[in-house]
Design a protein around this ligand. Sequence first.
Ligand code: MRU
Length: 351
Amino acid sequence: MAFKTVQWLDESGPAVRLLDQTRLPGEEAYIDAADVDTLVSAIRRLAVRGAPALGAVGALGVVVALAQGAREGWDDARLHHEIGRLREARPTAVNLAWAVDRVLPLIAEGPAAVLAEARRVLAEDEAANRQLAKLGADWLVARCPPRPLRLLTHCNTGTLATTAWGTALGVVRELHGRGLVELVHVDETRPLLQGARLTAWELAADGIDHVVQVDSAAPGAILRGLVDAVLIGADRIAANGDTANKVGSVGLALACADAGVPFVVAAPWSTVDLATPDGTAITIEERDAAEVTALAGVPTAPAGTRAFNPAFDVTPARLVDAIVTERGVAEPKRRPDMRLTEPAAPGRTAP
Ligand code: MRU
């Protein structure tokens, strides 16, 4: 696709250029963020979103903080406070904190060294996505009927959610390239409609046949035999394979388990958090009630109605057929005692 989700701007002063995803699909508008406040706000209101894209912003954001600190004369304490705000802007996707932590040690060597490492974070993400997409496609081809597949996906896991290509949507793209996609069922993904607004936009651009459906249509479609496999991304994968992803994912996994349909999690290794033993330790972001009680600013519930609005849920590993990363494929449902471990050689079956 022609656009870039996250890019570094050198010419007009150090800044991160973000494609403003709140304005898609209507408008392709960009935000040039040259200070920490603008970055934190863009992350919180989901102008940039998706775990790997948040990692890219976190890494480049440290360079922005260094430049702002130099302009405004911050001392070390202030610099680290501002970087901490960036790191904590959203709590569930581990990639954000992971990428900030990865570039932090380079601060001692100066902004150029931090920028070089941040650029590596971005480049590695694209390479990881392309590799995991191939592995995921191979895994599905070996287990699904030998014909173009009917796939179902949730939220947005494409170029918009990463630095390029995508994770679960990367697998869809890889299968499409092999002539193996009949139709993609796209969950609209309430309340912020990442599926309807963003995934449908990416699939249309690539000419991949798709239908958008309300989230509640998904389990019925799976049980009726309309879906050959479900593919989702991840915000954090615990060491035992429990997977946090967009709210609604666990219902898909339950339906798949009942129907015997493969439920596949696709994510770069940077989304695996070995320090988190299982899903109970994952912080689930709770978002504003207005996202649920109003639609595009128009109230859909009586004034004063409270809402339960978790942005994510955790799918237990026992419901996950495959976790596909660039390092290989783990099969938690088949091996309930499996643990993801570091390191596994690229391309090898993990763990
Ligand atoms: O709230 P969002 O839009 O940031 O949620 C994104 C998701 O849940 C994605 O599925 C996940 O980050 C994987 S993106 C490759």
